[in-house]
Design a protein around this ligand. Sequence first.
Ligand code: HEM
Length: 128
Amino acid sequence: ERAVTLFEAVGGEPTFRKLVDEFYAGVATDPLLRPMYPEADLGPAADRLTLFLMQYWGGPNTYSAQRGHPRLRMRHAPFRIGAAERDAWLHHMRRAVDRLDLPPEIATALWDYLERAAYFMVNVMEDP
Ligand code: HEM
């Protein structure tokens, strides 16, 4: 007997796809974030984030099979991420989480992680 993973509890891959598709629909219209993505097509970036989140929450390890160890802070080093970028990222992610209509305790667990991860990704020092 083993604990049900959050990946399973939210309904597996389709739920993560929906989350990330909603998130990138917001990013696509964001004047601060959109220029940070070099590719014309956001699809491949959406796929990488989907696979990463699935893996993090106990789903298949497809992300690491394709991309190796996540090393997310290192992978974000080329991008300037300050408070404004972090808050814009979280704004679109908050809307995406809300669209899933998850049970409150699951939505809270997911959100707490995403918020912590976004703060962790900040890589420029700014005056308070
Ligand atoms: C990649 C921006 C936070 C997970 C990227 C890329 C950009 C970006 C521009 C490159 C697009 C691509 O080629 O995939 C940002 C900004 C953030 C942020 C502005 C604001 C805080 C996060 C957080 C997570 C995350 C919190 C995880 C919870 C990823 C992943 C990739 C990625 C998995 C693909 C890495 C790879 O395999 O190359 N991000 N990101 N990002 N980001 Fe973020």
